[in-house]
Design a protein around this ligand. Structure first.
Ligand SMILES: NC(=O)C1=CN([C@@H]2O[C@H](COP(=O)(O)OP(=O)(O)OC[C@H]3O[C@@H](n4cnc5c(N)ncnc54)[C@H](O)[C@@H]3O)[C@@H](O)[C@H]2O)C=CC1
Ligand SMILES: O=C(O)C(=O)C[C@H](O)C(=O)CO
Length: 257
């Protein structure tokens, strides 16, 4: 899986919290931080204890897995407290858990809208809020909110999701302004189309892949490791004067048409 070449020495021993860290891109993020020597805690709604055991066997250190639905805000807050008790105040927070389920505008009812915002935006805000309290104790911190280029591409097919992704960008900039004086940096990462197994199984038919590659400057599909490298950079002091930004890692997609 994760195979980064860069080493960020300041991440050794860092207390890292990742939402959705047991599958998809999140699993690679968990492994990427473990390889830097960080202390990783992650939440996921489904059981990821097998994944955590596998990481322990492979890297000699077990990430702390806490089973938690991030839309249950008190449970998310409790999980961040638990991570802090185990590893010290959280100084790196990655809001990654999301759901890009496809939907048509005219089929959306209030319940679906609320479900989508709960997972794709509300959990991010309250994840940031709880992590910021920890980071204030530590005197510094870096938050990375995983968004998507979906809203910049003007894609149809998932309007509640694209709305949330645009919202993540706005929220990131506001939090960066508010907490910069506390040495807490808040950035977003907007991936292009990353070919996880789920994407391959659900949406990536040959026509869609070819059309997407046509819009990329670089004619190769993205893999999770491309996101790991960007997140490690944003987490580390290598990006110490960078905050309130949306970093786009998408192979150079034309987002205007
Ligand atoms: N794969 C892609 O092409 C792209 C992904 N992204 C973003 O990257 C991030 C990761 O995406 P993927 O790995 O592709 O997604 P995924 O669906 O494969 O994984 C999402 C993770 O979040 C967890 N999760 C979902 N709902 C949860 C809940 N209510 N409570 C706790 N955990 C929950 C899942 O169990 C899983 O571990 C997301 O923020 C997504 O919006 C952005 C652009 C493209
Ligand atoms: O889930 C997402 O977000 C994406 O998959 C964004 C991609 O660029 C995409 O939707 C390509 O069609």
């Amino acid at each position: 899986m994760a195979d980064t070449t860069a080493t960020f020495h300041d991440l050794t021993g860092a207390s890292v919290f990742i939402t959705g860290g047991g599958s998809g891109i999140g699993a690679d993020l968990t492994e990427g931080f473990l390889k830097q020597g960080a202390k990783v805690a992650f939440v996921q709604r489904s059981d990821a204890s097998g994944f955590a055991e596998g990481m322990a066997e492979k890297h000699g250190v077990k990430p702390l897995f806490i089973q938690c639905d991030v839309t249950d805000i008190p449970k998310l807050q409790a999980a961040i407290e638990q991570a802090s008790a185990a590893h010290g105040p959280v100084t790196v927070m990655v809001n990654n858990a999301a759901n890009d389920q496809r939907h048509a505008t005219l089929d959306v009812d209030e319940a679906f809208w609320d479900w989508s915002q709960d997972i794709n935006l509300k959990s991010y805000f309250f994840g940031c809020q709880a992590a910021i309290r920890q980071m204030q104790q530590a005197g510094h911190g870096s938050i990375i909110n995983i968004s998507s280029i979906s809203y910049m591409m003007g894609n149809a097919g998932y309007p509640a999701y694209t709305t949330a992704n645009a919202g993540i960008n706005g929220m990131t900039r506001s939090l960066a302004r508010e907490f910069g004086p506390d040495k807490i940096r808040v950035n977003a990462l907007a991936p292009g189309w990353v070919l996880t197994q789920k994407q391959l199984d659900m949406w990536a038919d040959p026509e869609a892949l070819a059309a997407h590659l046509e819009r990329q400057c670089l004619k190769e599909h993205l893999v999770p490791q491309d996101m790991v490298d960007a997140v490690l950079f944003l987490a580390s002091n290598a990006s110490r004067m960078m905050t309130g930004q949306m970093m786009v890692v998408d192979g150079g997609v034309v987002t205007t048409g």
